[in-house]
Design a protein around this ligand. Structure first.
Ligand code: ATP
Length: 207
């Protein structure tokens, strides 16, 4: 069983997210990609996110309706990173430790984009993060993976990091929120069901 945790704010989920999940699933013959909207992102404190319920619903629609999932893989919306009852941030190291316990036999991967990976040293317990899972890092326009020396990875840590540099989706949730607030449907970059959900629930319409 080969399982990838794909955490993010997914505010909203977009075609870039689906594209990198597809690339990872194809390259690593993944059985499951767990799309896990985060309750409270530790590196984005104070940022007001759309409610977890709405983000989870959109992620579920994106996964259920995706037509191009590689054969043998499932894309699943997961609550492993749901908001904590005490309101504390969700740390990936805790999430991966829990998954490792629940699935001791699984080959566990952490799937991230280049920007997230390049901020690894700001994450809680980077060394343990690299022990708990192998990492799949996908290229993102504007973030170079040519020089990883600032991350100061040991040789053994580096061997657990796998780069996919053939994906170039120039899209972010931030940009989509701006377009949506300006009244643009942004349907070119949103899964159809997500675009519909946003319309029906009047999300991102500006304040
Ligand atoms: P925001 O603009 O709100 O920061 P985002 O578009 O970066 O959002 P997130 O939900 O924060 O989306 O990202 C979840 C994960 O997906 C992160 O690891 C991020 O690096 C990765 N990711 C998101 N969009 C892309 C993209 N276009 N190309 C590569 N990776 C991406």
């Amino acid at each position: 069983m080969r399982v990838a945790l794909f955490g993010g704010t997914f505010d909203p989920p977009h075609l870039g997210h689906l594209g990198i999940a597809r690339a990872a699933a194809e390259s690593f013959a993944l059985d499951t990609v767990l799309f896990a909207p985060v309750g409270q992102q530790p590196l984005k404190p104070g940022v007001t996110l759309t409610s977890f319920a709405d983000r989870f619903a959109m992620v579920r629609l994106a996964c259920e309706q995706e037509q191009k999932i590689p054969p043998g893989t499932s894309f699943t919306a997961s609550t492993v990173d749901a908001p904590q009852p005490n309101g504390e941030p969700n740390y990936t190291v805790d999430t991966l430790a829990r998954l490792r316990q629940e699935m001791p036999e699984a080959a566990l991967y952490n799937l991230v984009g280049a920007d997230s990976f390049l901020s690894l040293r700001k994450w809680r317990e980077p060394e343990r993060l690299l022990e708990l899972a192998e990492w799949i890092v996908v290229s993102r326009p504007g973030y170079s993976l040519d020089d990883l020396s600032p991350l100061a990875l040991t040789e053994s840590e580096r061997s657990r990091v796998h780069l996919i540099e053939t994906v170039h989706h120039d899209v972010s949730s931030t940009w989509l929120r701006e377009r949506l607030a300006a009244g643009d449907s942004a349907r070119d970059l949103l899964p159809e069901g997500v675009a519909r959900y946003i319309r029906q629930h009047n999300l991102y319409r500006g304040n």
